[in-house]
Design a binder for this molecule. Structure first.
Ligand code: FES
Length: 633
C-alpha cells in the first residue's frame, strides 16, 4: 500500500518489480536524479515491512534515517505487505508563481495581436432556419454560414448536430482551426449551443502548451480567445527512474523499446492536463489542441518514435520538422478533433525547446548580436541575430538541475535559489516561495559558490577550506557554518532547524567540483561557438540566461564563478523558462509557429563532440581564477 498526502492507494504486485518503477507506473513519481542507478540517494521513501537495507542504502543513508524506516525506492523490491509513505513530490507543486503565466506580450511580442492570429478560434454563428426554399442539409448549412471550407467533426458530433441546431434555435458557437499562411481557411472542429454555460463571454477555445523537458515538464493552459496562458503546472518528468538524462533514456529505449517511456510521457501529460482542466472548471475533452516543445529525444518518446539514431554518430533522428497528429493517435484523451503539434528542432541535440527559447528571447529578429544560454543537463547555446543563427550543445551534466549535488533539487518550492552574505557578515539563504528549505537549486548553487569565493572560503581551485585554513577576514557567522561532513570540509547553507526535513542543507567539496564541470562545459561552449562564428566576445550585445530556474539567476554570480566572461555580465538578463514561453507563443499565434520553422531552418549546428579546441577550453575553464586577464566583478 502507498500513502501520499493522506491518500492511500493499494497497489497489486504480481511480479517482483523495483519500488521506484512501480510508483512511477502508478503516477507517483519520486525524485530520482540518478535514474535509479543507486548513486544520488534522493529517492527516499518511508517504509515498513521491508527486509534489511543493502550496501548501497547503508552507504547513502545514515544509520539513524535507516532506523527510522527511510529507504531508497530504487533499491527495494515491491513485495506484498510493504507499506510505503511518499512525501509530497518536490517537483509536484504548483509552480504558477515561479514560472509565471507568460502572455505573448510579456515575451517581446507586444506588437502582435494573438487573438487575430490564433490557430484556433470560437465564433458565434446565427443560421437562418431551413425552409422549403432553403432545404440544405444541417452540416452543409452550418459550413456555408460559418464560412468553413472543411470540417473535422466526429461521427458522434454529426449525429448530435440536428438536435443541437434545433434546440439552440440555430444560434451556435463554432470552434474552428485556421490553417494556411497566405489565404487561411477555416476548418470546423466543434459546435456548441450559443450561451451554453461558460460559453460566450467565456473564454476559449482552450489549448495547452507543454515544455517536455528531460527533468521537468511544464504545461500551460491557454485561452486561445485572448492568447494568454491562464494557468501553469510543472512537475518532475516521470521517466526519471528509466534514466536520468537523454542518453540513458535512449539506452533504455534500445534495450526495452520506446513503448514504456512513451506510456510514461502520455500518462503524465494526461494527468497534468486533467489537473489544469479541473482547476479551471473544464474537462480534458474541452482542450482542442496541444503544442509541445522539448528536446529531440523527448519529442521522439512522446510520439513513440525510436530515438536510437539520436544516441550514436552520425546522430540521425526520425524527424525534426514540425509535425501534427491526432491526440487520440498519440494516446491523449482530449477533444476528438484535437491535434498534438510538435515544434520543429534543428538537429538531434538542438531541439524544439531551443527553437522555442530563441523565439521567446527574440534573438532571431534583433539587429545586434545576442547569446542565449540555456542551463540544463545539456547546456544549449545559441549565438545570432536577424542575419544568422548558430548553436551548440554541451554536456554540462546535471548540476544545474540539482542532480549529483548532495542537497540539490530542481527549481521547486523551498529550493534555495539565492544566497548572499549581509553587510553584518551573516549568511542569508532565500528559498522559492519563501517555503522552508528543501535543498539547493542551480541558481542557489551559483550564488552560493560565488559568495564563498568572495569570502575566501572556496579557493580558485575549487577547494572548500577547512576551518583552520580560513583567511582572517571571514566573518564569525560564516566561519561557524564551516563544518566537516563525512570527514571532508563542507558549508552549512541552511541549519537543520530551518530546513523542511530537519536535516541541514550543506554544500560539499564534491558539489563545488560538479559545478566546476558544468560551468566549464558552458564557458567552453561559448568560446567554441564564438570562434566558429568568427565573432569577438565584445561584439555580443545581449546575453539571455535561461533554464528551469532562469528567473532566479543572478548574472553577477554567473560571472563570478566563470560561467560567463566578465565583459558580458552587465549585458546579461535572466529569462525564466524561455522554452515554455516560446511554446505558449507558438501555440497562440500562427505567425510565431511559422517563425519556429524559420528558426529551425536557419540554425547552423556547431558539433563539439570531436572539437579539440572545445576540449582545451574546457580544461582552462575548470578553475575559478579570472581567465585571460578579465577581472572578476
Ligand atoms: S539512489 Fe535511487 S534514484 Fe538515485
Amino acid at each position: 500500500m502507498v500513502l501520499r498526502d493522506g491518500i492511500s492507494l493499494s497497489v497489486a504486485v504480481e511480479d517482483a518489480v523495483v519500488l521506484l518503477e512501480l510508483l512511477a507506473d502508478h503516477g507517483i513519481p519520486v525524485d530520482a536524479p540518478c535514474g535509479g542507478a543507486g548513486t544520488c540517494g534522493k529517492c527516499v521513501v518511508q517504509v515498513t515491512g521491508a527486509g534489511a537495507p543493502d550496501a548501497v542504502e547503508r552507504a547513502l543513508l545514515p544509520p539513524e534515517r535507516l532506523a527510522a524506516g527511510e529507504r531508497l525506492a530504487c533499491r527495494l523490491l515491491a513485495v506484498p505487505g510493504l507499506m510505503v509513505t511518499v512525501a509530497t513530490a518536490r517537483g509536484g507543486a504548483d509552480h504558477k508563481a515561479e514560472l509565471g503565466a507568460p502572455a505573448p506580450a510579456a515575451a517581446g511580442a507586444a506588437a502582435f495581436s494573438p487573438v487575430a492570429d490564433a490557430p484556433l478560434r470560437r465564433r458565434r454563428v446565427e443560421l437562418p432556419p431551413p425552409s422549403l426554399d432553403d432545404s440544405a442539409a444541417d452540416l452543409e448549412r452550418l459550413l456555408r454560414h460559418a464560412g468553413c471550407g472543411a470540417h473535422r467533426l466526429s461521427l458522434a458530433a454529426l449525429r448530435a448536430l440536428p438536435a443541437l441546431l434545433r434546440a439552440s434555435e440555430y444560434r451556435v458557437d463554432v470552434f474552428e482551426a485556421v490553417e494556411g499562411a497566405d489565404e487561411p481557411s477555416a476548418t470546423l472542429l466543434a459546435v456548441a449551443p450559443a450561451g451554453a454555460p461558460g460559453a460566450v463571454e467565456s473564454p476559449g477555445p482552450w489549448g495547452v502548451a507543454v515544455d517536455l523537458g528531460t527533468t521537468t515538464v511544464a504545461a500551460y493552459l491557454l485561452d486561445l480567445g485572448t492568447g494568454h496562458a491562464v494557468d501553469v503546472h510543472a512537475e518532475l518528468n516521470r521517466q526519471a527512474d528509466l534514466g536520468a538524462d537523454v542518453l540513458s533514456r535512449i539506452a533504455h529505449a534500445r534495450e526495452a523499446g520506446v513503448a514504456g517511456l512513451q506510456r510514461r510521457a502520455v500518462t503524465q501529460l494526461e494527468a497534468m492536463m486533467q489537473l489544469l482542466a479541473e482547476r479551471n472548471g473544464l474537462e480534458a475533452a474541452d482542450i482542442l489542441g496541444l503544442t509541445v516543445a522539448g528536446n529531440t529525444t523527448m519529442l521522439h518518446v512522446l510520439l513513440g518514435l525510436d530515438p536510437a539514431g539520436i544516441g550514436a554518430a552520425p546522430f540521425v533522428p526520425v524527424t525534426t520538422g514540425a509535425r501534427a497528429f491526432w491526440a487520440s493517435e498519440v494516446g491523449l484523451p482530449l477533444h476528438p478533433a484535437a491535434l498534438v503539434r510538435t515544434l520543429p528542432a534543428a538537429s538531434a541535440y538542438i531541439g524544439a525547446d531551443t527553437v522555442a527559447a530563441v523565439l521567446a528571447a527574440g534573438i532571431d529578429e534583433g539587429d545586434g548580436l545576442s547569446l542565449l544560454v540555456d542551463l540544463g543537463t545539456n547546456g544549449e547555446i545559441v549565438l545570432g541575430s536577424a542575419s544568422g543563427l548558430s548553436a551548440c550543445s554541451t554536456a554540462a551534466g546535471p548540476a544545474f538541475e540539482g542532480a549529483r549535488i548532495r542537497c540539490g533539487v530542481g527549481g521547486v518550492q523551498g529550493a534555495v535559489a539565492a544566497f548572499a552574505i549581509s553587510a553584518e557578515g551573516v549568511p542569508v539563504a532565500t528559498t522559492i516561495g519563501g517555503a522552508p528549505a528543501v535543498g539547493l537549486c542551480g541558481a542557489g548553487l551559483l550564488d552560493l559558490v560565488a559568495a564563498l569565493l568572495e569570502a575566501g572560503i572556496v579557493d580558485g581551485g575549487g577547494r572548500l577550506l577547512p576551518e583552520g585554513e580560513l583567511p582572517d577576514g571571514v566573518p564569525d557567522a560564516m566561519r561557524g557554518r564551516c563544518r566537516e561532513v563525512d570527514g571532508r570540509p563542507a558549508f552549512v547553507v541552511v541549519p537543520a532547524a530551518e530546513a523542511r526535513d530537519g536535516a541541514p542543507i550543506v554544500l560539499t567539496e564534491r558539489d563545488v567540483r560538479e559545478l566546476q564541470f558544468a560551468k566549464a562545459a558552458v564557458a567552453a561552449g561559448i568560446d567554441a561557438l564564438l570562434a566558429a562564428a568568427g565573432v569577438r566576445l565584445e561584439s555580443v550585445e545581449r546575453v539571455i540566461l535561461t533554464g528551469g530556474f532562469g528567473a532566479f539567476l543572478d548574472p553577477r554570480s554567473a560571472v563570478r564563478v566563470g560561467l560567463l566572461p566578465a565583459v558580458l555580465g552587465p549585458r546579461t538578463e535572466a529569462l525564466a523558462n524561455a522554452a515554455g514561453v516560446g511554446a505558449v507563443m507558438a501555440a497562440t499565434s500562427r505567425a510565431h509557429a511559422r517563425r519556429c520553422d524559420a528558426i529551425a531552418a536557419r540554425l547552423r549546428v556547431v558539433e563539439l563532440s570531436a572539437s579539440a579546441a572545445f576540449a582545451q577550453a574546457y580544461v582552462e575553464h575548470l578553475g575559478f581564477a579570472p581567465l585571460r586577464g578579465l577581472a572578476a566583478p
